[in-house]
Write a protein that binds this ligand. Structure first.
Ligand SMILES: Nc1nc2c(ncn2[C@@H]2O[C@H](COP(=O)(O)OP(=O)(O)OP(=O)(O)O)[C@@H](O)[C@H]2O)c(=O)[nH]1
Ligand SMILES: [Mg+2]
Length: 393
C-alpha cells in the first residue's frame, strides 16, 4: 500500500490530521511531544469511481455515490525540532519512521501560534515560513548520516574487481525507498570521484539531498487556517512549491458530526449540509468551518492526501475485475478493488499489484470499458477497468 507520512514540528496538528483522516483514537494536545510512538493506520485518497460511467453506483463503503476512496497508509510521527538528526527533541529515531513513506505531508502551524519548538505562543507571533524548510534539511542530514555510516562498507566493497558503485548504493539505499532508477538518475546528475575512497562529506551530503528529493517529495499542509492571521497562508504558498491550506481540527469536527448523523458530508467535499438537530453553539462552530472551506475549497485534509498521491507522486487508479461485462469479481461485487499505480504502469504491473502469482501467470488483459483485448505495452489511464487473464486465476 502507498504510504503517506505526517511530519512537522511538535504541536502543528499532525495527530489531529491523522485522527480526522483515519477516525482512530489518538492523543491530541496543545503542548509539544504529545505523540511519542508513531501511529500507523489506513486512510484514503479520493477519486472519481468508474461506476459514474454506468447506470448504477457500486453501493459499497469505498464508493459513496461515485466518490471513490482508495486505501493508503498514513503514518503520524513524533514532532521534529531543528537539530533532530543529531538527537535534539525526541531525536532521530523518528526520522527512521519516515523511511518507509512514499511522500511526506509537512504539517505547518500556519497560525504562527507555536514557536520553532512547538511551545504555544500568541497567534501570529511565530513566522510559519521558518517551519517550511527545516524538515527537508533534517531529512537531508539524517540521510547523509546513514550514507556516512555505511561508507566504510562501500569503500571495502570497492576493492573487489566487480564493484559497481550504483549497485552498492542501491543496496544501501533500498531501505529509504530508493529504486535503481532513483540511484541511476542521481548519479547522472551529480559530479563525484569514481573511487569511493576519494569521496568527501560534501559528496555524500549532495548524494543524500538528491536521493531525498527523489524519494521523499513534500506537500506543505498549512494547518490551523481557521485561526491563521491574514497573509500567513499566502506567505507559505510563496515559500514552498506545493501548499494545501487546511483545518485538521475542522475536518475532525465534520467527520464526528457526520458520524453522529448531524451533517451530510463526505471527506473531500467542498461543503456540507446540516441535516440533524444542532445547538446554536454547534451551528456557529460549523459555520466557522464553512468559512474556511469556502475560502480554500474544503478542509484540506482530503485535499492534501489527494495532492500528494495524484499530483506529486503522479499516480493513477486502476480497477481489476474478473467479469469484463459487469465489472465484478467472482462474488458479483462491482469494482471491488482499486490499486494506485505509477503513471506509465501497464496491465502487467496491475497484475503484479493484485498478486505476484497473477503477475507471474499473466497472459493478456482486457479493457472492460471497451470490451477489447489490449496490448501488454498499453499505459493505463486513471479509472482503467481491466480484466487480467492469468493462468493463476
Ligand atoms: N485552531 C486549530 N487548532 C488545531 C488544528 N489542528 C490541530 N489543532 C490543535 O493543535 C494542538 C496540537 O495538535 P496535535 O494534533 O496534538 O499536534 P501534533 O503535531 O500531533 O503534536 P505532537 O504530537 O506534539 O508533535 C491541539 O490543541 C489541537 O487541537 C486546526 O486546524 N485549527
Ligand atoms: Mg501528535
Amino acid at each position: 500500500m502507498l504510504s503517506i507520512a505526517l511530519a512537522g514540528k511538535p504541536n502543528a496538528g499532525k495527530s489531529t490530521f491523522y485522527k480526522a483522516a483515519t477516525m482512530a483514537d489518538v492523543d491530541v494536545g496543545n503542548y509539544p511531544f504529545t505523540t511519542i510512538d508513531a501511529n500507523r493506520g489506513v486512510s484514503h485518497v479520493r477519486t472519481e469511481c468508474p461506476c459514474l460511467d454506468r447506470e448504477e453506483r457500486c453501493g459499497d463503503d469505498n464508493c459513496r455515490d461515485g466518490k471513490r476512496y482508495v486505501p493508503v497508509e498514513l503514518i503520524d510521527v513524533a514532532g521534529l525540532v531543528p537539530g533532530a538528526h543529531e538527537g535534539r527533541g525526541l531525536g532521530n529515531q523518528f526520522l527512521d519512521e519516515l523511511s518507509t513513506a512514499d511522500v511526506i505531508l509537512n504539517v505547518v502551524d500556519a497560525s504562527g501560534g507555536t514557536d520553532a519548538e512547538g511551545e504555544p505562543v500568541e497567534v501570529g507571533e511565530h513566522d510559519p515560513v521558518e517551519d517550511v524548510h527545516f524538515i527537508e534539511e533534517e531529512m537531508d542530514l539524517w540521510l547523509a548520516s546513514i550514507v556516512e555510516r555505511n561508507w566504510e562498507s562501500i569503500e571495502r566493497q570497492s576493492r573487489s574487481p566487480d564493484f559497481k558503485l550504483d549497485e552498492s548504493l542501491v543496496d544501501m539505499l533500498a531501505g529509504v525507498g530508493a529504486s535503481e532508477l532513483d540511484v541511476a538518475r542521481t548519479l547522472r546528475d551529480l559530479e563525484y570521484p569514481e573511487d569511493p575512497i576519494a569521496w568527501t562529506d560534501e559528496h555524500r551530503e549532495a548524494l543524500a539531498t538528491e536521493i531525498r528529493q527523489r524519494t521523499k517529495p513534500l506537500v506543505v499542509v498549512a494547518n490551523k487556517a481557521d485561526i491563521a492571521p491574514e497573509g500567513n497562508i499566502e506567505a507559505l504558498q510563496e515559500a514552498a512549491d506545493v501548499v494545501v491550506p487546511a483545518t485538521a481540527d475542522g475536518e475532525l469536527a465534520l467527520r464526528n458530526a457526520a458520524q453522529a448523523g448531524v451533517i451530510d458530508y463526505d471527506p473531500g467535499d467542498p461543503d456540507f449540509d446540516i441535516v440533524g438537530d444542532v445547538s446554536d453553539q454547534q451551528r456557529e462552530g460549523l459555520h466557522r468551518i464553512r468559512d474556511v472551506m469556502d475560502e480554500w475549497g474544503g478542509t484540506g485534509v482530503q485535499g492534501a492526501m489527494d495532492t500528494a498521491v495524484y499530483d506529486l507522486l503522479d499516480h493513477l487508479t486502476a480497477y481489476p475485475v474478473q467479469n469484463e461485462t459487469h465489472w465484478t469479481d467472482g462474488q458479483e461485487n462491482v469494482l471491488p478493488d482499486a490499486f494506485l499505480l505509477r503513471q506509465g504502469a501497464t496491465p502487467k504491473d496491475l497484475a503484479y499489484a493484485v498478486h505476484s502469482d497473477i503477475g507471474d501467470g499473466y497472459i493478456h488483459a482486457v479493457d472492460a470499458r471497451e470490451n477489447r483485448r489490449i496490448s501488454d505495452e498499453t499505459e493505463l489511464e486513471e479509472g482503467a477497468v481491466i480484466k487480467i487473464v492469468s493462468d493463476a486465476n
